[in-house]
Ligand binder design. Structure first.
Ligand SMILES: Cc1cc2nc3c(=O)[nH]c(=O)nc-3n(C[C@H](O)[C@H](O)[C@H](O)COP(=O)(O)O)c2cc1C
Length: 182
């Protein structure tokens, strides 16, 4: 399968899927497949596009510029994203493109995080096992959006993935596609 599927028509949503083992995954694989099946958004599989992790910054910036909404979809790894997404932001949101003089290319675009998490929602609160809420843990993404002038949207979260039944996963996939397609 190609690492990027682009719809024909006027869709303007770019979904960047960041999972180091997407084919072996359950949740992110299903969510991604649903988006690709419906064909209304551009799906960009980052680890498969860059197996050597050498990011083509100009290509990524062109992709971003061609879309109005950006979805970053990933499994929660150590309260953050898989490392390639951090590298992608470090390199793609560069001075003169995303911030600084002339760096207004992302301004006004929406940013939406979609994540899966092994822990239960109830663990992600003060006094819970993980102590902090998803919103608190996602602050670096939120503030990055603020800095580059993007509009941060409420995240889409699949928690406690081991308890998600096949039936529930189908509902998540549909709800996710509807939310992402906006
Ligand atoms: C390296 C690593 C770190 C992880 N860290 C967290 C974490 O901080 N919090 C959490 O809830 N789950 C954590 N998990 C569980 C993953 O989030 C979970 O396996 C993933 O969301 C499952 O999605 P998938 O079926 O698409 O692979 C971690 C998993 C791995 C492999």
């Amino acid at each position: 399968m190609s690492n990027q599927s682009t719809p024909t028509g006027s869709a303007t949503t770019l979904v960047i899927v960041v999972h180091p083992e997407l084919e072996k995954s359950r949740i992110n694989k299903r969510l991604t497949a649903e988006l690709e099946r419906r064909g209304k958004v551009t799906v960009h599989r980052l680890y498969e596009t860059y197996p050597d992790e050498k990011i083509d910054v100009a290509r990524e910036q062109a992709l971003l510029s061609a879309h109005d909404r950006v979805v970053l979809q990933f499994p929660l790894f150590w309260y953050s994203s898989p490392s390639l997404l951090k590298k992608w932001i470090d390199e793609v949101f560069e001075l003169g493109y995303a911030h600084g003089k002339g760096g207004d290319k992302l301004k006004g675009k929406e940013l939406l995080i979609a994540l899966s998490s092994g822990g239960a929602q109830s663990m992600y609160q003060a006094g819970g096992f993980h102590n902090y809420s998803y919103s608190e843990l996602l602050r670096p993404f939120q503030q990055t959006a603020n800095l580059v002038g993007m509009i941060y949207q409420p995240p889409f979260i699949v928690s406690q993935i081991r308890e998600v039944t096949d039936e529930q996963l189908e509902k998540y996939a549909t709800d996710y596609a509807v939310y992402v397609e906006g």
